[in-house]
Design a protein around this ligand. Sequence first.
Ligand SMILES: Nc1ncnc2c1ncn2[C@@H]1O[C@H](COP(=O)(O)OP(=O)(O)OP(=O)(O)O)[C@@H](O)[C@H]1O
Ligand SMILES: C[C@@](O)(CCO)CC(=O)[O-]
Ligand SMILES: [Mg+2]
Length: 389
Amino acid sequence: MKVRDCLVSAPGKAILHGEHAVVHGKVALAVSLNRRTYLHLKATSDGTVCINLPNIDTFLCWNLSELKQLLEAGQRLDFDLLKRLRDFMGLTNGNLDTSNMATLTFLYIYMSLFGSGELPSLKVSVWSELPTGAGLGSSAAYSVCLAAALLCASGAIPAPLKEWDHTCRWHQEDLELINSWAFQGEMIIHGNPSGVDNTVGTWGGMLRFLAGKIIPLSRVPLIRILLTNTKVPRSTKVLVARVKDRINKFPPIMIPVLDTVDAVSSTCEKVLTEMTREPITGEHYNTLEELIDINQHLLNVMGVGHPALDMVCRVTLAKGLHSKLTGAGGGGCGITLLRPETDSAIIQSTMQDLKDCGFDCWETSIGGPGFNKVSCFNGDFALNRNDEI
Ligand SMILES: Nc1ncnc2c1ncn2[C@@H]1O[C@H](COP(=O)(O)OP(=O)(O)OP(=O)(O)O)[C@@H](O)[C@H]1O
Ligand SMILES: C[C@@](O)(CCO)CC(=O)[O-]
Ligand SMILES: [Mg+2]
């Protein structure tokens, strides 16, 4: 089978409000970041499929003949395939570490998309500017890249259309297909994802997400933030399961907490909208800061805080800045709101204080391009061509 070589990329994300609550049907506000994951897919002819995942030290190859034995003719690909793949990889349920989850996700999407025909020989390399497992949607960016590249290589979606300014775009229905396969990747990595992360990874920009419904927030003010990676490792799957256990244990206590987070997200959305319609005032920023503080406490109540995240809040508050965790929590990253008038000397000294705690810290603004097909190669030559090799 002929497959198209391609290079794709997808952005990471930050959640402003609504992490965890979104898994239980509440609103989340999420935004793409200007740090991305990249995937290069190359057709080969040696009868193997190989993955190079340098961020997680994973370099594996399989013979196509071995993989073919896992496919049952005519069968729809589903959790039976997942089970066969787990057995093939020698995995038990408790054995889903970083490398195994990434590998299983790749094999599942690859086998699902190519399983009804001939398995192609190819090499897939993925590298990322996002910290792995730190709350910035690294799993979703990985899944979106896999879905886009493998769908494109399989011919299930066409190569994206070239635009006048040398960028490429897929049609809405192609993006929906990418998003749905990326969601399956997230299911393997997260267990019970809401879909918000893969949706931001696919469409980019800022959006409101509620029970699978996406409302792009096209008019939002540019907001500067600090992102701080505490470097405390954690797994979204474990944290999502922890919150679920707490909800099951204390429904009358936890359900109102989820409702309150929902109200925080909606109030934040309202303020952001106001900020685009009227002159931005200090009062707008005061409200955004209060919402950040409230939500951070609620996330602690859900059991997804961490002493390192408390430290981020304390260190930044000492400089008058407000922070909350972002993503699944339990470690990983926090976001800090920067006011327009915040002096650059304050920002620099806050960043230094955070670095002195052993954290990584960088300034960014939120928004940014969504998913983009970076380029399509024809052999070693032409960029952005639809030709098959
Ligand atoms: N660059 C990458 N290469 C290969 N696998 C990756 C890469 N980035 C992420 N992954 C996969 O995603 C997993 C991390 O997902 P996890 O959902 O726990 O964290 P996250 O997505 O960074 O944070 P959050 O879900 O809170 O935004 C890793 O264990 C790995 O399996
Ligand atoms: C914790 C969570 O709400 C966000 C992780 O970035 C999980 C999800 O929505 O799938
Ligand atoms: Mg994730």
